[in-house]
Design a binder for this molecule. Structure first.
Ligand SMILES: [Mg+2]
Length: 161
């Protein structure tokens, strides 16, 4: 089963009001200035160890290469990356109607983690699960792992996995 994470305000957070991983060493910290939510390497690696595929799904226009390289320095290797460009190209494409800003089901993603309430409403409309996360939460990793297993069980019970 696939799980995806938004970047801004979910993985990339402000150290002013969130616990963060240590900065990368000089001069990597000049290239990659984003600060990563505390516990991100543990959570992503643990989900993968437990058999989940973990993707990035961001509306930002950071390149796939930038995202891949940044996370490599934290010991994280995502299974897939959807950025703003890819979403525009593949999800929106030439469709005349405006598509939602994120559509995880297009990529067979069953659970998406995001800070935005509008994405929660997309989930209800388009049939994917959303875990909403924004503020500092010391138990975020445990909660997301538990939610991933819950979604997986639901899909198995309804024969969709
Ligand atoms: Mg966000």
């Amino acid at each position: 089963m696939r799980v995806s994470f938004d970047l801004d305000e979910v993985i990339f957070v402000s150290p002013a009001n969130h616990k963060t991983e240590p900065e990368l060493r000089f001069s990597l910290n000049k290239i990659y200035q984003e600060r990563v939510r505390y516990g991100t390497p543990y959570l992503i690696n643990e989900l993968q160890k437990q058999g989940f595929e973990v993707w990035v799904y961001t509306s930002s226009f950071r390149s796939e290469r930038y995202i891949k390289h940044l996370f490599r320095h934290y010991g994280i290797k995502f299974d897939g990356i959807v950025n703003g460009q890819r979403h525009e190209r593949e999800v929106q494409g030439s469709k005349p109607q405006r598509m939602p800003t994120k559509l995880p089901t297009y990529y067979h993603i069953s659970l998406h983690i995001d800070d935005e309430a509008v994405v929660v409403t997309y989930g209800k409309t388009y049939g994917f699960d959303v875990f909403q996360l924004d503020a500092q939460d010391d138990e975020w990793a445990e909660k997301i792992i538990a939610r991933a297993h819950q979604v997986k069980r639901k899909l198995e019970l309804t024969g969709r996995l």
